[in-house]
Design a protein around this ligand. Sequence first.
Ligand SMILES: [Zn+2]
Ligand SMILES: [Zn+2]
Length: 263
Amino acid sequence: MEIALLGSGSQGNAVLVRSGEGAFLIDAGLSARQIGERMAGFGLSPGELAGLVITHEHIDHVRGAGALARKWGLPVWTNRATREAGAGLLGPIGRWHEVEIGAPFEVAGVRLDPFSVPHDAADPFGLLMQGREGYRVALATDMGFVTRLVRERAKGVQGLILEFNHDLDMLLSGPYPWPLKQRIRGKLGHLSNEDAAGLLAEVAGDDLEWVVCAHISQENNEERIVLERAAAALNGCGFAPYAASQDRPTPRFGPGGIREERP
Ligand SMILES: [Zn+2]
Ligand SMILES: [Zn+2]
């Protein structure tokens, strides 16, 4: 199993997962055209995807999903609440697979175990992925705080994609209007560097091979601060954290850690 983030942040998120049996996207929040262009860098076309998995209905996770699904006849996996809340943004979708939080399902030979995250969407979820070879990766972004469940799912994984949304001081002194600041830092908002680093320090151990810091705010955070915080939390793990960006894909990550520089 190999994973690359095509883009990450409030302007659009998409995670490319590739196994020996195929490939799929988790979220499709960049435009369909952008997703096609960025996938081409990995030698893939959207038409080769086994489908799209949608974690929640926010625009930065579904922007290109409907267009891609219709153009390429792709099935979409999500739960009922997301499908209903996202109906307007997604448009007509030909093939649905209903996801139930807590019930694992399989796409392209990867077992996906969806778990609830606290976020202001209809019924958002994170994912614990497991390849046939037993390789495990957790995706935990778009969450206001770290729940016990999130902590459990992130423990013992080899790869972790973790939200480092904002630096609390930058958010509070930054340009956003107060209600938006409150939304972001609220229990159903986004994860701060402090909270993310706390979780990372807890789960960092022998098994962990790579960490991608994701959904980094362009207004209320800095890559330098994120990487400092994450590196401190990883103290002694023997690898450096990676910061995902809105503007370009990450390299591929998989068994052994980072596989190559980005295309
Ligand atoms: Zn988001
Ligand atoms: Zn969201």
